[in-house]
Write a protein that binds this ligand. Structure first.
Ligand code: GCU
Length: 392
């Protein structure tokens, strides 16, 4: 009878699934201390953090998870492809730009879609989305409109809004991800700590920032970088690497994003490395089923962004991305912000569903609903940016 093994397998599967989402199954763990250097020195001030510990932590993330971030290239060129001064029924200027980067005879091009509000003083602060979904989501013609990138709402709030698609940098595919940024840096493919797709996407965000610095209509010192899920893992890594991003927003980013790995709740390191072998460096595979051996955890990725504001979100039906683990990562980054005299207003336990903590330098909400980025999320990103940009 084949039915018995089938039922047993099914039961096994159901139990495994239940365990993934069972808070009582979270093992006891000790997080690495962001304020203790590798040589055992206690970090007590911003100077030691910035000169010693921060570079150390950044290197640990490069070497063990996301890969190196190459900064050299031969040249970069910005080509305006289209300009519509009265787009969105006159509310905004649409500017589409090709950002081409050249290195060692190879090149990569990023297509940037940017709307700038017409009726506010320029240069304007801007939201930049790392788009990991369909290109239609950021339709420049606005025939299609998506709550994932609610451009009209952002424009009405007095911000510019921009987006680029991850496939311009590295196709999100284990067989073809090398066709992009990695052509410029072939040595990365040989190195166990070489960058892969998420590193390439983050590299792309930095090139968009290079463009913003040359674009007089946007305020490059007020760029809020945002991404959802794999894009949210990328927004954190990009903001950790590139301190020109003024605000980082990470939406439902989960494992290897804003959620603590050591909780082993929802997605695990082994699972992400198996399903998406092209996202992280080869060294990361050593930590499959060995989260406790990691020299970092994700609270330290958030800490790398200090003193800049970080807003992390989750959704109640997205346990895969571990909402509690995300909240705890923010909480455990607080002590690095405290070095800068910044106190977060996060409560000691996760806030109620839909209760946003947007006034805090480390912001958070857990929205009712599915794994997605919605108008609810964006409304709070705007609120968060209003608070933190106006404070400056
Ligand atoms: C998968 C993956 C997650 C990722 C998500 C997404 O669910 O396991 O790690 O965040 O895809 O990008 O939507």
């Amino acid at each position: 009878m084949k039915i018995i093994p089938f039922i047993l397998a099914l039961l096994c599967c159901i139990t495994a699934q239940a365990q993934q989402y069972d808070e009582s199954k979270v093992p006891a763990y000790t997080l690495p201390d962001p304020l203790l250097t590798l040589s055992g020195q206690r970090v007590k001030n911003v100077r030691t953090w910035e000169k010693v510990r921060r570079p150390e932590v950044l290197r640990l993330f490069e070497d063990n998870i996301y890969g190196q971030m190459p900064h050299d290239f031969d040249s970069i060129r910005f080509t305006t492809l289209r300009e519509e001064p009265r787009a969105m029924e006159g509310k905004a200027l649409l500017k589409e730009t090709r950002i081409s980067v050249y290195r060692a005879g190879q090149s990569v091009s990023i297509h940037l879609t940017l709307f700038i509000p017409n009726n506010v003083p320029r240069p304007v602060p801007v939201f930049l989305l790392i788009n990991n979904r369909g290109k239609n989501i950021t339709d420049p013609d606005r025939k299609e409109k998506s709550p994932f990138w609610p451009a009209e709402v952002v424009i009405d709030s007095g911000y510019a809004i921009a987006a680029f698609h991850v496939s311009d940098l590295a196709p999100d595919n284990k067989d073809t991800f090398v066709n992009g940024v990695l052509q410029l840096y072939p040595g990365q493919l040989q190195a166990a700590n070489g960058m892969k797709a998420i590193g390439a996407w983050a590299w792309g965000a930095a090139r968009v920032m290079d463009y913003f610095e040359k674009e007089p209509l946007v305020n490059a010192s007020k760029v809020a970088l945002t991404g959802h899920s794999r894009g949210g893992k990328t927004s954190l890594w990009a903001a950790a690497q590139d301190q020109r991003f003024a605000i980082c927003i990470t939406n439902c980013s989960g494992n290897s994003g804003a959620a603590l790995a050591r909780r082993q709740f929802g997605e695990r390191v082994s699972r992400i490395n198996t399903t998406f072998p092209h996202w992280f460096n080869d060294n990361y595979k050593k930590y499959n089923d060995r989260e406790n051996d990691l020299p970092v955890d994700q609270h330290m990725l958030i800490a790398l962004i200090a003193p800049r504001p970080v807003y992390a979100t989750n959704a109640t039906k997205d346990l895969w991305a571990d909402p509690t683990g995300t909240f705890l990562a923010l909480k455990n980054a607080e002590k690095v912000y405290a070095l800068y005299g910044l106190k977060s207003n996060l409560p000691s336990t996760p806030p109620a569903t839909n209760a946003a903590v947007a006034t805090s330098i480390l912001g958070y909400h857990n929205r009712e609903g599915e794994h997605d980025m919605t108008l609810f999320d964006w409304t709070h990103f705007i609120q968060f940016a209003n608070i933190h940009f106006r404070k400056r």
